[in-house]
Design a binder for this molecule. Structure first.
Ligand SMILES: CC[C@H](C(=O)O)C(=O)SCCNC(=O)CCNC(=O)[C@H](O)C(C)(C)COP(=O)(O)OP(=O)(O)OC[C@H]1O[C@@H](n2cnc3c(N)ncnc32)[C@H](O)[C@@H]1OP(=O)(O)O
Ligand SMILES: [Co+2]
Length: 134
């Protein structure tokens, strides 16, 4: 079912300073901020040789990462995104295996313009999993 790791995500309290830290201190290439109001976050991507790091901060009221940041005020590892060939068949197989698919279970379009879904962290070793169809 799982393909490559598409990205590792870090939730941050201040996206600008986190992006600057990756650019200046770590010498990395970082994209410009992308507001995703339908997801309640603003993101940038750190481009690496073998994957990406997504830095994300809350956007608007009711951001799904607000509680996470309240618990982790300096920020922290938030989710891992795996690529899948067919997100609907992956979803159906995961549901059949008893995993909880978050939201209404219908894929939404993510930062890369591809369908994404999220799986409950309590079902996968305390780690929030995002699936992105490629
Ligand atoms: C799609 C656009 C973009 C992209 O890559 O293209 C993104 O990745 S956007 C990313 C932001 N969107 C999401 O994260 C959507 C899915 N997330 C959610 O629906 C919520 O964050 C949820 C349900 C995972 C957690 O929400 P919340 O923290 O408000 O709920 P609880 O406090 O009830 O948490 C339940 C339980 O899970 C623990 N938790 C929460 N977040 C995480 C996490 N990131 N990793 C691991 N564990 C997490 C939380 O501590 C609670 O545990 P407990 O032991 O019960 O206290
Ligand atoms: Co993501």
């Amino acid at each position: 079912m799982l393909g490559r790791v598409n990205h590792i995500a870090i939730a941050v309290p201040d996206l600008h300073s986190a992006a600057e830290s990756y650019r200046s201190t770590l010498g990395a290439s970082v994209t410009e901020p992308q507001a995703l109001p339908e997801h309640g976050v603003t993101v940038v991507f750190v481009t690496l040789a073998n994957t990406k790091v997504e830095l994300l901060e809350p956007l608007g009221e009711g951001s799904p990462i607000a509680a996470f940041l309240a618990k982790n005020p300096s920020g922290g590892m938030h989710h891992i995104c795996y690529e899948v060939e067919n997100i609907l068949s992956a979803r159906d197989a995961l549901r059949a295996a008893g995993a909880r698919v978050l939201g209404d279970g219908e894929p939404k379009i993510g930062a890369h313009g591809k369908p994404v879904l999220f799986l409950h962290p309590k079902d996968f070793q305390g780690t929030l999993i995002e699936l992105e169809e490629v």
